[in-house]
Design a binder for this molecule. Structure first.
Ligand code: KE4
Length: 440
């Protein structure tokens, strides 16, 4: 039996690249969540992706549940997306002028999301949120923004307060470098706690420009809104004349063909989008009520701009992706695969006698190593999870050929390219990993 290469040999080329990268880039990465720091490993350097799998520079293949943190709902290198991008690049990537593809993608999104009557493209989710906050303040003439503890909305100054995702993973949920007078206008409340929201609106109502939330949280792991919560926020905003902003950068076109707002039948005033609408290329967008969006320059005085906003290359990747997603069978497929993974992880945990809480919304899912496998309803619950256990779980999966996001505070993403066999392999390996956790 060939001796299994030691961990070091298996990842030698990634480690060599990481040694160089650390000298050139902070933490050796272009985004903190990729660093693997919190799970005790050096990051992988990925060579290529194909369908549900990625190949690292050492030739190791993995079933991939990172999926670029959400954009690749069709899987890696979907041929139609590849072809659309290749065709567009032969005509040019960006013109600094308008192009028909912006109009086409705008029309598709507005068609899919009735609450989005008008839309502005930007280049990332962060830009989408930053612009939506400015617009909400410009429209209402108010300063205060209410956010959820653990909510992550990109690295927007005003929202890097008790932020989830990498900010929590790497121990800085509230970032230095942001003046107090910026965060002084940010009020943080726990998700799924309507009395807490009611108290803030009772105290500050007339000063609140907007409340922003991920309608289904994904940046502390997947946490669903409890019954009546989102409706409660809508009612509070209507009574106070504040705006309800849904950050659907992750959930948009992920959990439903019209986003979490359709799934939960709540109409936000503004919606932030990203990830899937770019089909793997850099795109973000914000949109909503026409009377609000018409305040955005040059229609109105609220300024926002971007050199590459609406560039045809990214637009074509988004158009092709959304067009394929109009085949509603894809969402049924994603639901079947998501359910198979959810049930499988639960079963594995039972067999391995490892207490976890598996929480899912469509094709985004998180196994929480919570105390006694208790459900996670908010940030405080998520922070109780056993990160050492998660780290061990992560490493067994990685070494077995399954790549999940390297943090307890992230969602896994299933794509239309995943197969039942992929899920079966993942679940079997998860049982082995959970046994290791249970025996530690
Ligand atoms: P970007 O600026 O990274 O495109 O989007 C920021 C953002 C905004 N809103 C939500 C709900 C998001 O999930 C994100 C970004 N999500 C993280 C993953 N948790 C992106 C991964 C990363 O930071 O590299």
């Amino acid at each position: 039996m060939k001796k299994k290469p030691s961990v070091a040999n298996r990842y030698a080329k990634s480690q060599a690249l990481f040694a160089k990268a650390r000298d050139l880039m902070p933490g050796g990465v272009s985004s903190p969540v990729r660093s693997f720091k919190s799970v005790g490993r050096d990051p992988l350097f990925i060579q290529s992706g194909e369908g549900s799998a990625v190949l690292d520079v050492d030739g190791n293949s993995y079933i991939d549940y990172v999926m670029s943190y959400g954009p690749l709902i069709l899987g890696h290198c979907h041929p139609a997306v590849q072809a659309a991008v290749a065709k567009q690049i032969s005509h040019g990537s960006s013109f600094g002028c308008c192009s028909a593809s912006e109009v086409e993608l705008a029309g598709m999104i507005c068609q899919a999301m009735p609450a989005v009557e008008m839309i502005r493209f930007v280049n990332s989710g962060t830009e989408a949120v930053m612009s939506a906050l400015r617009l909400a303040r410009g429209f209402t003439g108010r300063k205060l923004i209410v956010k959820m503890a653990g909510g992550y909305h990109g690295h927007v100054d005003a929202l890097l307060v008790q932020a989830g995702s990498g900010a929590t993973t790497h121990g800085h949920p509230s970032s230095p470098g942001i003046p107090e007078n910026v965060t002084a206008n940010t009020v943080v409340i726990p998700f799924n706690d309507l009395p807490a929201a009611q108290a803030v609106f009772a105290k500050f109502g007339p000063q609140i420009a907007a409340i922003i939330t991920e309608p289904v949280m994904g940046n502390i792991g997947v946490v669903l809104p409890q019954g009546g919560y989102l409706e409660g926020l809508r009612t509070l905003c209507d009574a106070a004349g504040a705006l309800l902003i849904f950050d659907e950068v992750m959930t948009g076109f992920r959990v439903h063909p019209s986003g979490a707002q359709a799934l939960h039948r709540i109409k936000p005033d503004l919606t932030c989008l990203g990830k899937i609408i770019g089909g793997g290329l850099p795109v973000g967008a914000y949109g909503g009520r026409r009377d609000i969006m018409n305040l955005v320059s040059p229609a109105g005085p609220v300024y926002q701009a971007g050199t590459l906003s609406g560039n045809p290359l990214a637009m074509q990747a988004g158009i092709t992706t959304l067009r394929l997603l109009q085949d509603l069978n894809l969402y049924q497929r994603l639901e079947v695969l998501g359910k198979q993974l959810e049930d499988g992880l639960r079963q594995s945990a039972k067999v391995a006698q490892c207490a976890i809480s598996v929480q899912r919304c469509g094709s985004m899912i998180t196994p929480f190593f919570s105390p006694g496998g208790a459900p996670v309803h908010n940030y405080a619950d998520a922070l109780q999870c056993d990160q050492a256990a998660f780290s061990m779980f992560f490493q067994v999966l990685l070494d077995g050929g399954v790549l999940i996001p390297p943090s307890q505070f992230e969602a896994w993403f299933v794509s239309a390219a995943h197969s039942e066999k992929d899920i079966e392999k993942t679940v079997a390996l998860a049982e082995k990993a959970m046994r290791a956790v249970a025996e530690k």
